[in-house]
Design a binder for this molecule. Structure first.
Ligand code: FMN
Length: 235
């Protein structure tokens, strides 16, 4: 009951921030909870991701984009087939020639409905959980610069990202890390500061925040602002 209430409060907070800040996003609903992507569809999407990973894991550019992202029902955008953060991650990879690595849960117990997902995520945060991720991380010694992105969950990185940071902190030492978020009002939510404290021997640059609904619904303008940011960084 308390969790349900907190989920509702989170929803209300984000709605308030949406109306306060305004958004160019077309906030139409893309679907209903009933349309939620089936497990089979998700499996095939994940298999596809693995293939993409294997094919693109060359290290030639020296740049890697690591990201976590969810499909299913998401805030303001309805049911989505490609996660908001995934869209931004791919834009960064396209512009920089980077390889991509998607952090996927080893045991994907995350609900595909928004409200239930907020409850599970809040529980993980309360427990300071370290959910396991699946598969092998690419050989990080091939990369000098690593963009790292995720959705803001309850004002923080999703806990699975802390698993990634902590497990790979040694391999990330001495590298340039550039955080990015998608969100619906919280901006970067201290992603850079929190990443720097999880990976103290890496050099963490200023990050970039994109509204998830813009990434999903206004791809052209999002791509253009992501490209502007990357140009400023010298890409
Ligand atoms: C569990 C959960 C918690 C969230 N918490 C916040 C939050 O604290 N602040 C915020 O601005 N948006 C929050 N959101 C909205 C997401 O950050 C946003 O929809 C994001 O673009 C989703 O990206 P994805 O499709 O890559 O997972 C939350 C969404 C979920 C599912």
């Amino acid at each position: 009951m308390i969790k349900k209430l907190t989920a509702l409060i989170l929803m209300a907070m984000m709605l308030l921030s949406l109306s306060a800040c305004g958004s160019s996003a077309d906030q139409k609903e893309n679907g209903s909870a009933e349309d939620i992507t089936t497990a089979a569809q998700q499996e095939s999407a994940e298999a596809e991701t693995e293939e993409t990973q294997a094919a693109s894991d060359t290290g030639e550019s020296g740049i890697l984009v690591v990201y976590f992202s969810r499909t299913g029902e998401q805030f303001t955008v309805g049911v989505i087939e490609e996660g908001n953060t995934a869209i931004v991650a791919k834009m960064i990879a396209e512009k920089t020639g980077a390889d991509l690595f998607e952090v996927l849960p080893a045991d994907d117990y995350y609900p595909m409905t928004y409200e239930e997902l907020t409850e599970v995520a809040l529980h993980e945060q309360d427990e300071n959980a370290r959910p396991e991720y699946a598969g092998d991380v690419p050989d990080l010694s091939k990369y000098n610069t690593i963009f790292i992105g995720a959705p803001v969950w309850w004002g923080d990185w999703p806990m699975i990202m802390y698993t990634f940071f902590e497990k790979n902190a040694d391999a990330l030492a001495g590298k340039t890390l550039i955080p990015f978020s998608t969100h619906e009002g919280s901006g970067l939510a201290g992603f850079d500061r929190k990443l720097a404290s999880a990976c103290p021997d890496s050099s963490v640059k200023d990050g970039y925040a994109v509204r998830g609904s813009d990434a999903q619904n206004n791809r052209e303008s999002t791509s253009s602002s992501v490209n502007d940011w990357l140009s400023m960084l010298g890409y």
